[in-house]
Design a protein around this ligand. Structure first.
Ligand SMILES: [Fe+2]
Length: 449
């Protein structure tokens, strides 16, 4: 198959029309945090996720595929993410259809209705992030494979595939929290012969609740930044293409618990960092205006300035602003780590850190590694953060401290909260890998006990 198998380059994109391209019907049920036995945090909202619901019409799926499965778009937006997956990012800049669909008020109304809270797309670069399962290892190979027409051929499953259990074996994406609070996942492939592809959500008692994957044109919504989940592998079908848009709650006073840790390793910095900065500052502006109104209203009622509330506000916005900048790790460092170790190793940095810590020579190597960190100007800010977090642990006051991997807790002695733990708390996995590598500690991960 050649590039010609993808949509005609001269094809003029369909003009998005909700009456033609959407086919929404409310999900038959939603799952709340309390259904799952989860308490939630100050920044979560009650609904954890939905079962699949009709979202795109058949015509909508076809128009979407015609817009993104074009050689020029795949070349401009595609990159490999581990073997067998091509991701398309920043599609909104290359497809008016995608941009119009995700920024249309009707789409926003639908996702907000399902999530039970008004939502806003995180930033334009996150509109329609698309995952394409391929058998190739490069964008060029994927180009030969991808077809704009829907494919429904069945692929015989192997015995191992039939017996696959995502809770015991490798899942496509192991247990994790998303970088962003909410996600809407839309299926662009025929799932008739597909087995698997479900999402599992970890319940309060440690067991897993299964949510079926969406069928063609269906969507699911998940509060993926607040619930730990995994994606099961899918077998039996010749293609699997999903398109995903991330959201935050558009509610004044509700802390936006977003990170860019999961997207940073494969993002383009000239797209991600300016958009991230713009939206985070815009949200901060709204929060400031909201507080101005609160104070003005109190004054108008003859009440004193709400100092308690104002103090909490100040602490929250300081932490918000710090996270905004801290998340933008040095592009040179991120790129260099990505080149040397690959996206998968970055993803698994937490596991690597556990192995390093468990190594018999770790304690003796740590002082030297900390000396290196103190002399390394690029990480001096993270050292300050580490001291602050340790102080909060000491005071038993960690409630306001978030983490990129779910609610933050620390029930061990403060001295055991190490610099590596702080980098992981902030989701700065590239910085952690770089530090472990430059201090020779990375080798400890493969040391035999
Ligand atoms: Fe996820």
């Amino acid at each position: 198959m050649s590039v010609a198998a993808t949509a005609n380059e001269n094809h003029v994109e369909d003009v998005f029309d909700p009456a033609i391209h959407l086919n929404y019907a409310a999900p038959s049920s939603t799952i709340s945090l309390s259904d799952l036995g989860l308490k939630g945090t100050a920044s979560s909202t009650p609904i954890a996720g939905s079962v699949p619901f009709p979202f795109l019409s058949h015509e909508g799926v076809l128009a979407y595929r015609r817009s993104i499965l074009r050689a020029s778009v795949i070349k401009a937006c595609g990159q490999t993410y581990g073997a067998g997956t091509v991701v398309l990012r920043n599609l909104a800049q290359h497809s008016k259809f995608v941009r119009d669909l995700w920024s249309h008020p009707e789409t926003t109304r639908i996702v907000s209705e399902v999530a039970g809270v008004p939502l806003s797309v995180i930033m334009p670069t996150e509109m329609g992030h698309t995952n394409i399962q391929t058998s190739g290892n490069s964008v060029e190979e994927a180009l030969k494979e991808i077809k704009v027409e829907l494919r429904s051929e069945k692929v015989e499953m192997t015995d191992a595939q039939r017996e696959y259990d995502p809770l015991k074996e490798n899942s496509v994406i192991p247990w994790h929290y998303d970088s962003y609070p909410y996600v809407c996942v839309v299926m662009l492939s025929d799932t008739t012969h597909m087995t698997g592809g479900e999402t599992y959500i970890k319940k309060g008692d440690g067991t897993a609740a299964k949510v079926e994957g969406p069928a063609l044109g269906y969507a699911v919504i998940l509060q993926g930044g607040q619930v730990e989940h995994l994606a099961a592998r899918a077998f039996g079908s010749v293609e699997r293409i999903t398109t995903i848009t991330s959201y935050r709650a558009n509610v004044d006073g509700l802390y936006d618990d977003s990170y860019i840790s999961n997207v940073r390793p494969y993002a383009r910095f000239n797209e991600l960092y300016p958009e991230w900065t713009a939206y985070r500052l815009e949200k901060l502006k709204h929060e400031i205006e909201h507080m101005q109104r609160t104070v003005a209203d109190a004054t108008a009622r003859g009440e004193p300035v709400p100092l308690g509330q104002l103090n909490r506000f100040a602490e929250q916005q300081i932490s918000y602003l710090k996270r905004t900048v801290r998340q933008m790790a040095s592009p040179e460092l991120v790129k260099s780590v990505e080149r040397r170790f690959g996206a998968r190793a970055i993803y698994d940095a937490g596991k690597t850190w556990d192995k390093v810590r468990a190594s018999p020579s770790f304690r003796e190597r740590l002082p030297g590694a900390m000396e290196d960190a103190r002399a390394w100007t690029e990480v001096s800010r993270y050292l300050v953060d580490w001291y602050e977090t340790k102080g909060a642990i000491e005071r038993g006051d960690v409630e306001g401290i978030g983490s990129q991997h779910g609610p933050f807790s620390w029930d061990r002695p403060v001295e055991e909260y190490l610099f590596g733990d702080e980098l992981l708390r902030q989701g700065l996995k590239e910085v952690l890998l770089e530090w472990l590598d430059r201090t020779g500690m990375l080798a400890l991960a493969s040391e035999q006990k």
